[in-house]
Write a protein that binds this ligand. Structure first.
Ligand code: FES
Ligand SMILES: [Fe+2]
Length: 360
């Protein structure tokens, strides 16, 4: 069997942690969604109390998908559309309408996944060995506040590995080539379950930029409207293996605004990931943002994300990359990231396979 340098390259292994599978607005009360992540079929539904549950999709009886048809939510339970076996939000079988008793084996036969709904998104906790969830995902204080709308999000499925995506957080050298940006300052901070990039990046009209297919507006013009000379800062943090928050403020004579982005990737199988970029924006003053700008801004943010996607979808992963002194801490990121694929040792004692290797 092939020996991989990092555990996250081994087929069939997925990162322990929280992964966003839906935004809250995508799942109404009584609605059931069939999903496919981590190489498995799962279903998400919102019960009548508003609580979201995520279960393995296939019924332990004769294998129907609990989301087939339109799905059948009953209170906070879900009934299989085939013969009506009914499961609660943790996956326990609570009723078989045509049986006098529930077989012992059926009671706990269906797996229920830990779910966290906050900040307007729905995340599930993935852990192969049943490790308990860790509650490291912070609140986004502005979510749901007056003046802030809901997330505007775009999702796409591409052929890539999660490890291709996450390296963006330390990749300082791609800005002038992919995003047309001039990096003025840059720092990466590593914590136990998070990695942050603090940066100030200015638009450089002489730099290259990728124009993703399907962009229907003039990127240059749109940026001018946001204030080319804007004084802007942004902090991006991966909280765990796949969810990145980006908080940014921009002040200029034309416009003063704050925005939050959530960029996330959720692994579908060994070869594909779902990418999602979500944005909400609000004025920093009492004057509301011009409606046109409020609409354009999430599209611009999505284009910035799509510039990276254009690279990710066609690249290969180099296990032993040749790096230079201008690169960000790529190998350090890889060692940090590998923790999510290794057995969980107590907080602070995580051992990685590669921790003794030298290099940035
Ligand atoms: S397959 Fe689900 S109740 Fe029969
Ligand atoms: Fe990027």
């Amino acid at each position: 069997m092939k020996k991989y340098k990092y555990a996250f390259l081994e087929p069939g292994r997925y990162a322990r942690g929280w992964h966003i599978v839906l935004f809250s607005s995508e799942l109404q009360v009584g609605e059931v969604k069939q999903l496919h992540y981590f190489g498995q079929d799962i279903v998400a539904y919102r019960g009548e109390s508003g609580t979201v549950a995520i279960l393995d999709a296939h019924c332990p009886h004769l294998g129907a998908n609990l989301g087939s048809g339109e799905g059948r939510v009953r209170g906070d339970n879900i009934a299989c559309p085939f013969h009506g076996w009914t499961f609660n939000a943790t996956g326990q079988c609570v009723e078989i309408p045509y049986a006098t008793s529930i077989p012992d084996k059926a009671v706990n036969a269906l797996k229920g996944w830990p779910v966290l709904e906050k900040n307007g998104f729905i995340a599930l906790w993935y852990a192969t060995d049943g490790e308990d969830p860790e509650y490291y995902l912070p609140d986004i204080p502005e979510w749901g506040q007056p003046g802030w709308g809901d997330w505007v999000f775009y999702r796409s499925r591409i052929r890539a590995k999660p490890c291709d995506v996450i390296e963006n957080i330390v990749d300082i050298a791609h800005f002038p080539h992919v995003h047309g940006g001039l990096v003025e300052s840059w720092e990466n901070r590593f914590d136990e379950r998070s990695v942050t990039q603090l940066s100030t990046v200015k638009r450089d009209p002489n730099a290259n930029m990728i124009i993703p297919p399907g962009v229907v507006f003039d990127l240059e013009e749109a940026r001018k409207e946001a204030g080319n000379d804007a004084d802007a800062w942004g902090d991006a943090t991966y909280h765990g293996p796949s969810i990145m928050y980006y908080e940014t403020e921009s002040t200029s004579p034309q416009m003063n605004f704050k925005s939050w982005w959530v960029n996330c990737h959720t692994v579908v199988n060994d070869n594909e990931v779902d990418l999602c970029s979500a944005v909400m924006v609000s004025s920093l003053t009492d004057d509301p943002l011009p409606a046109e700008f409020a609409q354009l801004y999430p599209e611009m943010a999505h284009v910035a994300f799509s510039q990276d996607v254009e690279i990710w979808k066609d690249k290969v992963y180099r296990e032993e990359p040749i790096l230079c002194d201008g690169d960000g801490p790529v190998n350090k990121l890889r060692r940090w990231y590998e923790q999510f694929y290794l057995p969980h040792i107590k907080s602070g004692q995580q051992k990685t396979r590669t921790e003794n290797r030298a290099g940035p």
